[in-house]
Design a binder for this molecule. Structure first.
Ligand code: ADP
Length: 302
């Protein structure tokens, strides 16, 4: 473009030169007409360079934006695929095992009492899992469309923590070594079922992401106008670059196809959102020598 511009101006100057008297040719290049042509040429060069740079910047910005949105789209598709795989598995396995238990009971009417009890207890824990899953899905949907309103009940958090731990112990297939340091009568004003869901998700995760017989330490205390709940496990731990992401909806560490643990990636999303509605926070850090510590801080009055 600049070359074409230069050529055009050179031709203009040559044309002007033809009309210039031959004997004054040495003054030709100092003449006001030639200076005007040169100034005009420089102005055009600046204009072309300016326009070119703007165009280039726009092109670069658009490429970066398209790249980002493409990456977001790919990530979203991956998350959706993971969610579909996990939810299908989460629904299918308790339904299938309950069906097998019922068919066994139907076929073998003379089963020993302890065998019947085991089959029924397994079915009850399958139903509990389905119940938690459906509750989490409903809660996430309500949070998403802003229809979840928190209650303002006087909640005895000490009681909630103890009840949740008992329930998780009852329904867990494998044992954990729980260490409780729960102060008595820690009260908060908030939503009882929401806070129960927060504690349940954190306790269930500590069990799910640790190995049989490992230690899970739980503490609950109030300090001035705040309540602090901590849960530390000796489990898998969470890499630093995943610590923020795990609170996103449907996010699970690793790939669904290779994962051994069950889940939907909704638990911590719900935990964070419900706590935010109570003006509370949740954070995670490494436990020593391994595992994670989740800490919840809540104001006594939400
Ligand atoms: P889910 O357990 O259904 O996958 P969550 O939202 O509760 O969903 O957790 C998101 C992810 O965070 C989990 O998939 C897991 O990778 C990680 N995570 C949560 N809690 C723990 C924990 N105590 N130890 C190790 N990883 C954890």
């Amino acid at each position: 473009m600049i070359r074409i511009n230069d050529q055009a101006f050179e031709e203009k100057r040559d044309l002007l030169q033809l009309s210039y008297p031959k004997q004054n040719i040495e003054y030709f290049y100092q003449s006001p007409q030639v200076k005007a042509i040169d100034a005009e040429r420089r102005r055009k060069v600046y204009m072309i360079t300016g326009e070119g740079s703007v165009f280039l910047v726009i092109l670069i910005v658009m490429t970066i934006m398209m790249n980002r949105s493409l990456r977001r789209e790919v990530k979203l598709q991956q998350v959706q695929k993971n969610f579909l795989l996990s939810i299908t598995h989460e629904l299918r396995s308790p339904i299938a095992s309950s069906k097998v238990a019922m068919q066994t009971l139907l076929k073998h009417s003379a089963l020993p009492k302890d065998k019947i009890e085991t089959l029924l207890n397994n079915s009850i824990s399958d139903m509990d899992r389905l119940h938690t899953l459906v509750e989490n899905l409903l809660l996430a949907a309500k949070i998403e469309d802003h229809s979840f309103r928190i209650g303002h009940d006087a909640c005895d958090l000490s009681e909630i923590v103890i009840q949740v731990v008992e329930k998780v112990k009852e329904t867990s297939e494998v044992e954990r070594n729980f260490e409780l340091g729960v102060a008595n009568d820690v009260m908060v004003i908030g939503d009882r079922s929401g806070l129960t869901s927060v504690i349940t998700n954190l306790v269930e995760n500590a069990v799910k992401y640790s190995v049989e017989g490992s230690k899970i330490s739980i503490s609950l205390n109030d300090e001035n106008d705040k309540v602090i709940f901590r849960i530390a496990d000796d489990g898998l731990g969470i890499p630093d670059d995943e610590k923020k992401k795990i609170f996103q909806k449907f996010y699970r560490v690793g790939q669904e196809e290779t994962r051994k643990t069950k889940g939907t990636g909704l638990g911590l999303y719900i935990v964070e959102k419900i706590l935010a509605m109570h003006r509370g926070t949740v954070s995670v850090r490494d436990n020593a020598p391994r595992g994670s510590v989740f800490e919840v801080v809540l104001p006594k009055v939400a």
